[in-house]
Design a protein around this ligand. Structure first.
Ligand SMILES: Nc1ncnc2c1ncn2[C@@H]1O[C@H](COP(=O)(O)OP(=O)(O)OP(=O)(O)O)[C@@H](O)[C@H]1O
Ligand SMILES: [Mg+2]
Length: 253
């Protein structure tokens, strides 16, 4: 059974059919890319799957069970985490606290249990801090362990968001343009980071305009155009698909 099954998914905003009759499956363990021109519906698709929007039509199943319309919090507990196309970092908190927010999202339901189990919440706080620090090192932010978020450069904030998502211990991680606005060497670092995340056993779904990164990382690629599925397949299949070349890749070649 696929980890995620999306069937005939649609959402309409008034007259705008942002996602229209889109179906695909994602197997556990893959890196899955969603590509397409600006306005194709990529972020809207993420918003549907991660519980921000409720679909107008269609279904989304995880482990065979429908998750369409579930709240982002409920999905987080099932192992769905994401980053945002436009940074959503709390600038008045430290870098470490931003990552700890992810851990709290995962743990809040068990707060009472944890409070009973541990001698004090302070001890628990120390554990969460250590876990957050470890994730910051994992994403390459060891130099920012004591930093305030508002003192960090953009490229570091992009990785901070990834660390926060990882603090939710996801099985399924959605990354919306993790390399947008990064220079070529930062992009290579994010490319390597996504590989490390995938190698750690997390299934990664990636929206990205950087075709080199997409082709390098992806096991499978979904191409959206005007809200519809234009193509789906391996990188090699998608690259030679005439519809894709005409609608999208041609313009970038
Ligand atoms: N909440 C909303 N209300 C109305 N229209 C919306 C809403 N969200 C998205 N849209 C519209 O849906 C379409 C798809 O937008 P979306 O942000 O998903 O595109 P995208 O593929 O992520 O583009 P980009 O590459 O520029 O990020 C656009 O026409 C957008 O204006
Ligand atoms: Mg988008």
């Amino acid at each position: 059974m696929p980890l995620l099954e999306v069937s005939a998914l649609s959402i309409h905003f008034g007259g705008v059919k942002a996602v229209q009759d889109v179906s695909f499956n994602i197997d556990a363990g893959v890196v899955y890319a969603v590509i397409g021109p600006n306005g194709a519906g990529k972020t809207t698709l993420f918003n549907l799957i991660t519980g921000v929007y409720r679909p107008t039509h269609g279904d989304i199943r995880m482990d065979g069970e429908t998750i369409a319309g579930r709240s982002p919090e409920a999905l987080a507990r099932r192992g769905v985490a994401r980053t945002f196309q436009n940074l959503q970092v709390c600038m008045n908190m430290s870098a470490l606290e931003n990552v700890m927010v992810g851990a709290h999202l995962r743990l809040d339901r068990n707060l009472l249990k944890a409070a009973l189990r541990f001698p004090s919440l302070a001890r628990r706080d120390i554990e969460l801090r250590e876990e957050a620090a470890e994730l910051m090192r994992f994403v390459g932010l060891a130099d920012y362990l004591a930093a305030r978020a508002d003192a960090m450069p953009y490229g570091a904030l992009k990785r901070l968001e990834i660390a926060r998502a990882l603090a939710m211990r996801p099985r399924l991680l959605f990354l919306d343009e993790p390399a947008a606005g990064l220079n070529p060497s930062e992009t290579l670092e994010v490319d390597a980071l996504v590989r490390r995340i995938a190698d750690s056993g997390v299934t990664v779904v990636l929206i990205e305009h950087d075709m080199k990164m997409v082709m390098n990382l992806s096991d499978r690629i979904l191409v959206l155009d005007y809200g519809r599925k234009l193509a789906e397949g391996s990188a090699a299949e998608v690259r030679r698909n005439p519809d894709v070349i005409a609608a999208y890749l041609g313009a970038h070649a």
